[in-house]
Design a protein around this ligand. Sequence first.
Ligand SMILES: NC(=O)c1ccc[n+]([C@@H]2O[C@H](COP(=O)([O-])OP(=O)(O)OC[C@H]3O[C@@H](n4cnc5c(N)ncnc54)[C@H](OP(=O)(O)O)[C@@H]3O)[C@@H](O)[C@H]2O)c1
Length: 342
Amino acid sequence: MKRRRCSLASTQTGWWITDDASGSLGATLRGDILEAELGDGAVTVEIHHSALNYKDALALTGSTGVVRTTPLIPGIDFAGQVVNSSDPAFTAGEHVVLTGWGYGETRHGGLGTRAKVEAQHLVRLPASLSTFEAAALGTAAFTAALAIDALEKSGTTPDRAPLPIAVTGAGGAVGSWAIVLLAHRGYRVVAVTGRSELEPYLRSLGAEGIMPRSEILQATQRPLRAETFSGVVDQAGGPLLASLLSMVASNGVAVACGLAGGVELSTTVMPFILRGISLVGINSVTQPPEVRERVWSEFAKSASSFPFTEIASSIRLTEALATAPSVLAGETRGRVVVEVGP
Ligand SMILES: NC(=O)c1ccc[n+]([C@@H]2O[C@H](COP(=O)([O-])OP(=O)(O)OC[C@H]3O[C@@H](n4cnc5c(N)ncnc54)[C@H](OP(=O)(O)O)[C@@H]3O)[C@@H](O)[C@H]2O)c1
């Protein structure tokens, strides 16, 4: 496992979002960020690997919905090594991962070489996971794991799911990890994608079949369609989720994770009152430490079987802004890991 030594550099490099007089946001790569500009936080982390999440792509391209304060270093998750800590919970040299908690939205995040964070927001990285692997998993796999928890809490366990689980945004980061984790637990999975050319990749992750997004969207919209899925793990929202609700089998559950296809949800109560289905939402940002510890420990146990190199592609920190439009256009596959370290 590759582990790096802490750097003693006094200035840091990172993407820096500011707003102009008209309120427009812009991102530049600064190489002269002072420690004092990194904000408060008991633990200083040298970032080895970050990621370009959907939210990060929005922030870098000027979305005010994600950037809640300026100036801001974007980056909602990262993995690295503790440089120093005034909180006794962590000591220098420990490897850590952080997802959510508003980093990269309301306070400086992970698209830079260093971050100052609160100890309760960190998870100590299990020894079997490298910082690259932690970033390859990141918010996406954490969210997918929470979605599977939600399915199972609602009674849709592998042995009580006679039909497949539909995973939307299958070619993206959350969708790819959802396929892997569902298949790993013994669920049958159908990958719903806008990119049929990804079929070999999606099957390699564990999908037993592929369904084009257009096939679901173009079908006649009826309040109830044939019972096709025992559950749904959805990254899209909008019309795709609305259509899929009408295809969930009796007592099944749809788990809403994202909004890649829109924030509106136009549906009827019919699937809820005639089939008893549930719609559950996931918010990965503010999950308590015990949930995070459990999920990361489960990742560590299964990591040797995870297809990291299939799911993760790497870019350099300098390439984050130029790559952001491809993420928003749904053109990237799996997870985009950002190589940050020294
Ligand atoms: N709830 C949470 O805590 C949480 C955590 C992480 C992410 N999210 C959200 O989940 C969503 C996915 O995140 P991600 O990191 O997986 O993003 P991503 O890697 O960019 O993947 C998004 C995928 O959505 C699909 N897509 C694109 N346009 C679409 C459209 N118009 N209709 C339906 N599907 C479309 C594409 O997959 P195909 O080409 O295969 O169809 C694309 O690859 C985002 O909205 C993100 O903000 C929420």
